[in-house]
Design a protein around this ligand. Sequence first.
Ligand code: LUZ
Ligand code: MOS
Length: 750
Amino acid sequence: MKNFDAISHIKGKSLYIDDFSLPEGTLHALVFDSKIAHGKILSLNIEKAKLIEGVYAVITAKDIPNENQIGGIILDETLLAENEVHFIGEPIAIVVAKSLEIARKAAKEIEIEFQKLDVIIEPRDAFAKNSLIVPPIIFSSGNVNEAWKECDLVVEGSIDSGAQEHLYLETQGAISIPIEENKIKIISSTQSPTAVQKQASKVLGVPMHQIEVDVLRLGGAFGGKEDQATAWAVMSCLAAKILNKPVKLVLSREDDLRMTGKRHPYSSDYKIGLTKNGKIIAYEVTFYQNAGAVADLSTAVLERTLFHATNSYFIPNVKATGISCKTNLPPNTAFRGFGGPQGMFVIESAIVKAASLLGLSPSEIQKRNLLVDNNSFYYGQVVKNSQAVNSWVKAEEKFNCKLMLEEIQNFNNKNKLYKKGISFMPICFGISFTSSFLNQASALVHVYSDGSVGISTAAVEMGQGVNVKIASVASRIFSINVNKIKVESTNTTRVANTSPTAASSAADMNGNATLIACTTILNRLKNFAKIALSATENDVVTIVDESVLLNNQKIELTWQNLIQKAYFNRISLSAQAFYATPEVHFDRIINQGSPFAYHVYGTAITTATLDVIRGIYKIDSVKIVHDFGESLNKNVDLGQVEGALVQGIGWMTMEEIKYSEEGKLLANALSTYKIPDIYSSPENIEIVFLEKSKNKFGPLNSKAIGEPPLMYGIGAYFAILDAMKSAKPSKKFEISAPITPEKVLVSLHG
Ligand code: LUZ
Ligand code: MOS
């Protein structure tokens, strides 16, 4: 089954915020933001701007009717700055005008004076100045201090990973439309419709039922619209409320790049202890997370880093410390993987360093320490259905790993100017929101009297194909053609209290809710059919391919006729269902528990060729064995693996976010921020489905797909590093990610 959105995407017919036809009289909003990274606002003069013809309002913090506060986890984020600014791009005022051009012109007339304060860019500088979002978070098990004595090798190091811009094709935006009385409808490009509803209700001081949020689809999000779509939607809503007119607010690419947060950069220290044959005994790690100026989701991201600090390995003694450092950058935020990749990169770095000192290959250490059933993760969860060894061994066999290694060896023996490298990258990613209460979803299913079906859930379609998965669940439960099924927009009046579409779990949870709702209707239909057919207790009614069967015999009754009859007999053809992921819990006093319903596993083997003279490289191949469970849609799932892989490779190799010392974003356009294109993608990507994997937590035994494969991209960094070691065996390389060609060149020859 193809993703049914594909055709309208290709034809340009799919609608995004900027495509909606606007109600008459819609006004346009532009955000006026801080040009300095830290300072006091001494004066703000909006009078000149207001006088420009076509300007309806210049809204500042003073105009907010209720609370000037949109913090999601910690209440430290104003909608509009009041007395102080904390990063370049922080919103200060909203200019509302007849057109965007007029709003732009007016914004230039706003006069503002600052008193500059000290600017912090680096997390370790923030730590030294005790500028923290929350006190350090520590997870531990065993006793690292005792364990070092048992180790044959103890090695320490530091490693950094950089930020990453989400670069969703559709920038942030929303349209707010006043409906009669006090009600406002917000059309938003958000992963979190309920967060928009809640924060708008708080800022305006109206009950949540006065705010309706509707989300048709997003042109990409990648976590960038989990928390950070809210501000723009609330601003348009505030302007709509004040002016009683529809207001559209869509960020330009430049504004979006400057004003929104990225993946968190991390600077980390590690210490790892092993036996001489490569068994890992102890691991200690400290993560300095660059949170930016306000909390946003940073504490949750940091926790997920801690949960993934040991990746796919069993380590008996672990101490991991997470420090969320407050700096003067835009608030960094959720990004596919949500801190997990940052944690996994550090343990892989530690293993590679230890391997070279032990005279082993990294893969020998990796393979020796893979998680097996009944191990415990160091935060207490017991390992069940581990596919770590399984996917590793399958990858070795399927891709003829021995031959690959031989070929690389031969190539490197023969060539001086080019060197090849290889890496193994096992992944283990926990599925569930780590805040257990978020693991809930619901579905509202209507069967219309013509037999067609409409489904609403809490899931937001952002190009990941969740709608096609939901539709395929309904299609399989009802046994009707998928073209009879429509998945509706996500709307807070149809589905309330939606958790964000995030944590890779939307298809799992909303798919399960859909499954329950459809089963409820199906059972009603079967009971009704029995009565209509004058069947007995022991007769069995089923529906197969839109035909009703009685004791497996076809009768003259189609799905369509059955629905019509049921309607005339006043059988309810609608159902609402709720799903809460069972068994997940985590105790934040002792930092132990079982936060994840399950884990997703897989192994990637990456090869790269390095041009030794120039420092440039190409990723030759990435070969993956991935645990999909019983995939709901193989095309969609393969697309997710390929996309995530390339996005991960981009983060690790070429995407470089730089800020000046004054906190100004230097990579502020696509001419200076490079993401992988078709030329820099691996020449060969091979993805194999791990067989015979089932998952009782996913609808119809499927597994979550969104985030886990991003971490295969980490393998690219180590394949390049491996090639560098072949080029210069005596050199020690300590290279922060991304491992750009510039850094490679300087490291090889500098
Ligand atoms: N969002 C969130 C997430 O609020 N909690 C999570 O655990 C999470 N994990 C991945 C991506 N987004
Ligand atoms: Mo996310 S990083 O919004 O699952």
